[in-house]
Design a protein around this ligand. Structure first.
Ligand code: SF4
Ligand code: SF4
Length: 82
């Protein structure tokens, strides 16, 4: 897993966001199918690898970090929205 993945433990009353490094994404979509709130979609544009990367869609992210943990390439960062 990439070294720059940072996971923040959040209380439920805080909004969270994720940041996906689209050019690092290889399009396996493990994050898409494992987000319990269906907040991760597939980008329409191709990344530099010629792949439609995962992208965050607006919605209530709980900061559970499932997406970051499951990403095999460490392409997702979860952080508190302050
Ligand atoms: S799990 Fe990681 S590599 Fe796979 S689609 Fe999501 S961001 Fe991309
Ligand atoms: S942190 Fe949890 S709720 Fe937020 S996008 Fe990732 S899997 Fe979904």
């Amino acid at each position: 897993m990439g070294g720059w993945v940072a996971i923040t433990i959040l209380r439920n009353n805080f909004m969270a966001k994720i940041k996906i490094n689209k050019n690092k994404c290889k399009g396996c979509y493990l994050c898409v199918v494992n987000c319990p709130n269906n907040l991760i979609k597939i980008e329409k544009e191709l990344n530099i690898k010629g792949i439609k990367s995962a992208c965050f869609s607006e919605g209530k992210c709980t900061g559970c970090a499932m997406c970051a943990v499951i990403c095999p390439d460490g392409a997702i960062e979860v952080y508190r929205d302050i």
